[in-house]
Design a protein around this ligand. Structure first.
Ligand code: PEP
Length: 249
């Protein structure tokens, strides 16, 4: 099956109103993209970004598992929809580390996102110590089993493999390592959801993807796109990454 590629950007805790000029610039450069485009800005920018996003979909960076209630500082999936989002990242390693989010918590968040009509971008990845001790496949397999809801489909779920040690460090796994993990995740999804159902689910790679390494990563078997952090903040960088993904499609 041919899966439509996805270039997703995670702005993390970066960006104010003035930053939307980068989105406007990006949208102008890619009026008819050959792959899906997504930017997940801080939630404060969602509704303003809608005015300039053009073909770029918008996403949240996290959501609460509950629909509403006494959860100060949190945001629900329905609120993200209301702000114009169609995706939400859940289980980013910074949420897992900074907020102690477990696979069960992430699964509940993904379920809430899907119930609200959002596509859940579920992140997983091993730490450096786990990679060094040969545990990478076991770790990502367990995270996949624990954080992906039973109701996951290719329409409501994207998986992002993001080795913790590659995020924001400039380090990138070898081509063989990325290919191995993606093949393992694809096999695990097929075993759980059936080959036909799992075949359409997109598996992104994330972790220090830059214009200079994007083409090499996108040429790898099983890589259906990217979740970029730092390189998504500037239209020049993200545009070059999008062009590399389009060329690989
Ligand atoms: C991320 O935060 O999801 C990420 C991949 O960051 P970076 O591209 O900056 O490594």
């Amino acid at each position: 099956m041919t899966r439509r590629k996805l270039a997703a950007g995670n702005w993390k805790m970066n960006g104010v109103g003035a930053s939307l000029s980068e989105v406007q610039d990006l949208a102008a450069r890619h009026p008819n993209p050959l792959c899906d485009l997504l930017i997940c800005p801080p939630a404060t920018l969602l509704s303003r970004m809608a005015a300039v996003a053009g073909p770029i979909a918008m996403g949240g960076q996290d959501c609460h598992a509950a629909v509403s209630g006494a959860h100060t500082g949190d945001i629900s999936a329905a609120m993200l929809c209301d702000g114009g989002a169609s995706y939400v990242i859940v289980g980013h390693s910074e949420r897992r580390t900074d907020h102690g989010e477990t696979d069960a918590v992430i699964r509940a968040k993904a379920q809430a996102a899907q119930a609200a009509g959002l596509v859940a971008v579920i992140c997983l990845g091993e730490t450096e110590a786990q990679r060094r001790s040969g545990q990478a496949l076991v770790v990502v397999g367990a995270q996949l089993a624990g954080s992906v809801p039973d109701g996951a489909t290719s329409a409501n779920t994207v998986i992002a493999y993001e080795p913790v040690w590659a995020i924001g460090t400039g380090l990138v796994p070898s081509e063989a390592e990325i290919t191995e993990v993606h093949a393992h995740l694809r096999a695990e999804l097929s075993a759980r959801f059936g080959a036909i159902a799992a075949d359409g689910m997109r598996l992104l790679y994330g972790g220090s993807v830059k214009p200079g390494n994007a083409a090499t990563i996108f040429a790898l078997s099983g890589v259906d796109g990217v979740l970029a952090g730092g390189a998504s903040l500037k239209a020049d960088d993200f545009s070059a990454i999008i062009a590399a993904l389009e060329a690989s499609a």
